[in-house]
Design a protein around this ligand. Structure first.
Ligand code: ATP
Length: 352
């Protein structure tokens, strides 16, 4: 393992920002630290970088304990959310900064900066200053500057937070491709799950200073291993009286259930599909989401959200519909269980 955290604890006053944090990362992977605000993501990054010391626990990089090695000697590149570029320096000088500090010779610096300018597609902008750049360009300069001294590990703290939505999407793809090309082990912090799912090889979910789950985006999405992960990932709604739904029995261990929109299919009442496994519902609201419709449904006293493709027959607010729930996540304080609609197997009646 290239990066290892073992039993890390960190308190700020009375607040436990890291609570027995342990994980390991393989060389060359791009890892997303994902969690709500205040869950301890940045604290982990800062301890890895050497900007903060853990109260207890070990940090290993490439098999070597680095707890007592100062930040400047850890060989780590850092990209912050607010660019943190030197305002009075040109793009070229910003990128060259780390190499100047290392007292590399002029010819090497020129060659290395030019290489990074090409990699980050900043050709022609070398003599501009930060205020003459767009947000996306500034962030690419920050990225090039972090990579210039050939770090072994790259840490990115909410790298796209200050950038507008469309450019952010482009930059995500760009970052993933560029990091793959360079092959550097990288960890980025985000509270945006779309960003984590799109970019990361593996996601580490943080909550109240603890690690909730580690896995590939698909693993985390399909098999959330904790109640928090089940509720946090994806669009999800919690219901209490899930035992009243067709095909689901109340389970004495679990008080609540999570339903995701992808677990639900909606059809017109005159097109009953699986009548013994479905609920009768009514459409409360419809939102156009660009590539689909988001339906807000009422079934009895329960509110659900479902998606509907633009290709499907249009539905309107007030329409009575059949609502088929394929599966649910049941959870309590400690565990989560995926259950399928039991009536689906026995219900062969399809009326169209
Ligand atoms: N230097 C500090 N002094 C005191 N408290 C701190 C310090 N740094 C962080 N904290 C506290 O530790 C907790 C975790 O903070 P951290 O920045 O790691 O969370 P985060 O998950 O990165 O949140 P965000 O997404 O809002 O940046 C927060 O409650 C924060 O207020």
């Amino acid at each position: 393992m290239y990066v290892e955290l073992k039993g890390i604890n960190k308190k700020f006053g009375g607040y436990q920002a890291s609570d027995n944090v342990s994980f390991s990362i393989q060389k060359g992977k791009l890892i997303g630290l994902l969690g709500p605000s205040g869950s301890g993501k940045t604290t982990i990054l800062r301890m890895l970088a050497g900007l903060e010391n853990p109260d207890s626990g070990d940090i290993l990089i490439d098999g070597k304990r680095v707890n007592d090695i100062p930040a400047s000697q850890r060989g780590i590149g850092f990209v912050f959310q607010n660019y943190a570029l030197f305002r009075y320096m040109t793009v070229f000088d910003n990128i060259a900064f780390g190499l100047e500090v290392q007292k590399k010779d002029k010819a090497y610096i020129r060659q290395r900066v030019n290489e990074l300018v090409r990699l980050t597609q900043l050709e022609g902008l070398e003599q501009r200053r930060p205020h003459q750049l767009s947000g996306g360009q500034k962030q690419r300069v920050a990225f090039a500057r972090a990579l210039a001294p050939n770090p072994h590990l790259l840490l990115l703290d909410e790298p796209f937070a200050a950038i507008d939505a469309k450019v952010r999407k482009e930059l995500r793809t760009w970052l993933r491709e560029t990091i793959n090309k360079v092959g550097i082990t990288s960890i980025f912090v985000t509270h945006d799950q779309d960003e984590a799912v799109e970019i990361a090889d593996e996601i580490i979910i943080t909550n109240r200073g603890r690690i909730e789950q580690i896995g590939t985006p698909v693993e985390i999405y399909k098999n959330p291993s904790s109640p928090f992960a089940a509720r946090f990932i994806g669009e999800s709604l919690t219901i209490e009286n899930y035992g009243e739904l067709h095909g689901f029995k109340r389970h004495e261990k679990y008080d609540s259930a999570v339903i995701r929109p992808e677990f639900i299919s909606v059809s017109k009442v005159n097109k009953v599909i699986y009548p013994h496994a479905s609920e009768q519902g009514i459409i409360e609201d419809i939102f156009f989401r660009g590539n689909n419709f988001e339906l807000h449904l009422n079934i009895g006293d329960k509110k659900l959200i479902a998606y509907r493709s633009l290709e499907d027959e249009a539905l309107a607010v007030g329409d009575k519909v059949n609502v088929l729930i394929y599966r649910l996540y049941l959870y309590n304080d400690e565990e989560v269980l995926l259950v399928e609609n039991a009536s689906l197997k026995s219900d062969n009646t399809i009326v169209i």
